[in-house]
Design a binder for this molecule. Structure first.
Ligand code: GAP
Length: 518
């Protein structure tokens, strides 16, 4: 199935099974804003807990924070967001559609990559096992031509970004014949910068309201609380502050579902280190974070690092962890060495000293910062995309039928266990309900007695429930039930008393958290 179709199906699935809804759908929706449904919120909470525990529980030198969304407006002046938090936009004069100039060019480069990959795939099929991919990439003229074109664009693009050369961005779009997807024309405006922060007002207008911003990143809440946390927690450098919270960006191009939203959630950790040690810590956190992603079992090949072409104004090293979404490898997390930029700026703009006395070095300094910053919603999308699976299975009367199963990591699955009485009589619902009553304190359970057992299994597969328990007449006699495993669909009989231990072992976070330390 084409990846584009997989993505469309995934988006439809998210709605049909209560994972993600368009915000204000009743009023035809609000662009790039989404709500999480009954299953989505459980998955999202599990994701956040896994991240939080891996930061705050596992590391005794990382503590948490929950800072406000509204902050003093000078914070955003000091951080550089008022002057430099911009995206380059361009309009098509015929369709009036607005694009991000950098995204148009990135899509062009991805197109050349895609063309080269297609040639490779074709040859792979033709030559079978004997195929030497590396050699083919190096020698095939069509692959080489696409790689060369991409490289040409890439070099011009990086230079234009670094020089802040908006005219050159437009020139690349013109030179490579990039057309508007709506009008099909190349009738473009000039490229302009557009600030992504949402503004609002605090206080009544009669009093002279203050213009404030909705935070575009959670990180600044951590920076301005550095001294509060360090002093009250008696924290010694190196140490980190972790936070989960909403962020807002007035994205020019809202697309790809929850990949690029105007209201989204971030999980950020700022790690404060002595000057000169930041690049060593940057490498350490890169490894730690990649291990965290891979621990979820979506397949190691789905992840890769992508170093930034253009460093942000505050960074001396930066990389992204990308996941292979149905629309290509895309950023899920950013890891940045932010130098002492933010703390120094807040020191200057607030006029208050922000420094740390290092008892070991016997000197005071403004700490350097390594940041790990992951979007909850993008992480959610990557997990859903990796888990979505269509399989042909044997159905009723031995006929083949399709099952859609979300192979979610059990620790993240919204519902861990479904308890299903085989029939709605003979005391089976009572026994099934008593099992739910017992286990609901340990994990999220669902009771379901409607429709055939086959249909009930399919419903649970579609939301990724790792275990289904069927209560039948034998259960009344010997206190055993059938447990069905989601991925293999294998079934076995098990004592009701043994359920809690077996399921906890699989869905609990302890083992996976321990695996991060090994
Ligand atoms: N404090 C650093 C920072 O905010 P960023 O690369 O701009 O860095 C970090 O954002 C992460 O936040 C991204 O890797 C992405 O997962 C998420 N993110 C950023 N903009 C987003 C958007 N419009 N919608 C959804 N997630 C977004």
């Amino acid at each position: 199935m084409a990846q584009e179709d997989v993505f469309k199906k995934l988006v439809a699935h998210c709605k049909e099974y209560g994972f993600v809804f368009q915000s204000s759908e009743l009023y035809d929706g609000l662009g790039a804003v989404y709500d999480y449904g009954q299953n989505g919120v459980e998955l999202k909470n599990n994701l956040k807990k896994y991240w939080w525990d891996s930061m705050v529980l596992l590391n005794d030198n990382v503590v948490g924070l929950d800072s406000a969304i509204f902050m003093h407006p000078t914070v955003w002046k000091a951080s550089g967001h008022v002057d430099a938090f911009n995206d380059p936009l361009i309009d098509n004069k015929d369709s009036k559609k607005r694009y991000r100039a950098d995204v148009l060019i990135e899509d062009l480069m991805a197109k050349y990559d895609g063309k080269a990959d297609k040639e490779v795939e074709k040859a792979k099929k033709k030559f079978g096992e004997k195929f030497d991919e590396a050699l083919f990439r190096e020698t095939n003229p069509r692959v080489q031509a696409n790689i060369k074109k991409k490289e040409e664009v890439h070099q011009r693009f990086v230079k234009a970004l670094n020089d802040n050369d908006l005219a050159e961005l437009k020139q690349i779009i013109i030179d490579y014949d990039i057309a508007c997807s709506i009008s099909g024309t190349k009738n473009w405006t000039d490229v302009r910068q557009f600030n992504l922060m949402f503004g609002t007002e605090m206080g009544s207008t009669a009093d002279g309201a203050t213009k404030i911003f909705l935070r575009p990143e959670t990180a600044q809440g951590i920076f301005v609380n550095f001294l509060n946390v360090q002093k009250t927690g008696r924290m010694k450098i190196p140490f980190g502050i972790a936070q989960i919270g909403k962020a807002f960006r007035n994205e020019i191009v809202a697309r790809q579902f929850i990949f690029r939203m105007r209201e989204f959630e971030q999980m950020e950790m700022q790690f404060f280190v002595p000057p000169g040690e930041e690049l060593e810590w940057f490498e350490k956190w890169k490894d730690i974070r990649m291990k965290w992603h891979k621990s979820l079992g979506m397949g190691d090949k789905k992840y890769r690092f992508h170093d930034h072409d253009k460093l942000a104004h505050y960074a001396n090293a930066a990389t992204d962890i990308e996941f292979e979404m149905p629309f290509g490898f895309k950023e899920v997390e950013g890891i940045h060495s932010r130098t002492d930029f933010d703390l120094s700026q807040h020191q200057e703009y607030s006029g208050k000293r922000i420094s740390y006395y290092d008892p070991e070095k016997q000197e005071s300094y403004v700490p350097y910062v390594v940041e790990t910053s992951i979007g909850v919603d993008r992480m959610f999308l990557s997990i859903m995309a990796g888990a979505y699976c269509e399989e042909e299975v044997e159905g009723k009367d031995g006929k083949s039928e399709k099952r859609v199963v979300m192979k979610l990591p059990p620790v993240l699955a919204p519902v861990k266990l479904a308890v299903l009485p085989l029939v709605k009589k003979d005391g089976l619902p009572d026994l099934a309900n008593s099992i739910v009553d017992d286990l609901k304190f340990h994990f999220n359970c669902q009771y379901d007695e409607k429709d055939s057992i086959g249909k009930r299994y399919r419903r649970q597969d579609a939301i990724g429930t790792p275990f289904c328990i069927t209560v039948d007449h034998q259960s009344l006699d010997d206190q055993t039930v059938t447990i069905r495993y989601r991925d293999t669909m294998k079934q076995e009989r098990i004592k009701i008393d043994a359920l809690k231990e077996l399921i906890t072992k699989n869905v609990g976070m302890i083992d996976i958290l321990k695996s991060l330390q090994s």
